[in-house]
Write a protein that binds this ligand. Structure first.
Ligand code: C5P
Length: 222
């Protein structure tokens, strides 16, 4: 399946990124993390004094930064106006602000266009996000929607943050639930499962099992 297009959506902490990178590496496909792009534009807004809670200000600024995404699943690079953004986009400040920025239609229009360009620009790709199967690539060959219990998601997310920005499990769970509610409730392309997506509940599965499941789906359906 060398030219296959795979869309992987779902809320935070379901293992989207780990799964998507591993599936892409296994199948020799490119990889695109669309959440990193929303984080990158948010980082630029915060760094340039744009009030992220003012949708009009965010809309005006949306076209300004140049965002370039690498597509190597082994080292997913992202730059903003030429500066390496891989580290700064993972801070708590960016995580807290990203849902407000990504709800602004001008931001979504711009990044959706960029994502479609990248998907078209080469052979097969695994694209992960919230609205890939519903909006960005509705014609994807295979659509996956990952879910997991809130407890499992909070535990995974707090494991990722360990050492970096350790917060309590309860606080992580709160922040995650708040972000998912904002992402699911926004007007423009909310987090949603496409009608033709395969739902995979990862609560009781290891990463290896989820990857195996998705690879099998690619090989049998796409
Ligand atoms: O996947 P990640 O947690 O890095 O995504 C960060 C945020 O970017 C999400 O909470 C959501 O607000 C936004 N996002 C989006 N649409 C996508 C991918 C991410 O709105 N396709």
């Amino acid at each position: 399946p060398a030219a296959v297009i795979v869309a992987i959506d779902g809320p935070s902490g379901t293992g989207k990124s780990s799964t998507s990178k591993a599936v892409a590496a296994k199948l020799g496909l490119r990889y695109l993390d669309t959440g990193a792009q929303y984080r990158a534009i948010t980082w630029w807004m915060l760094s340039n004094g744009v009030d992220v809670n003012d949708p009009a200000a965010v809309a005006t600024a949306a076209a300004k930064p140049t965002i370039v995404s690498g597509t190597d699943p082994g080292s997913p690079a992202i730059t903003v106006d030429g500066a390496d953004a891989a580290g700064p986009i993972r801070t708590r400040e960016v995580t807290a602000a990203v849902s407000a920025v990504s709800a602004v239609p001008e931001v979504r229009a711009r990044l959706t266009e960029l994502q479609r360009q990248i998907a078209r620009a080469g052979r097969g790709i695994v694209v992960e996000g919230r609205d890939i199967g519903t909006t960005v690539l509705p014609d994807a060959d295979l659509k996956i929607f990952l879910t997991a219990s809130p407890e499992a998601r909070a535990a995974r997310r707090s494991g990722e943050l360990k050492g970096k920005e350790a917060t309590g499990l309860a606080a992580t769970r709160e922040a995650l639930i708040k972000r998912d509610a904002a992402d699911s409730g926004r007007k423009v392309s909310p987090l949603a499962k496409a009608d033709d997506a395969h739902e995979v509940d990862t609560t009781e599965l290891t990463l290896e099992q989820v990857v195996e499941c998705v690879v099998t789906l690619v090989e049998t359906t796409a």
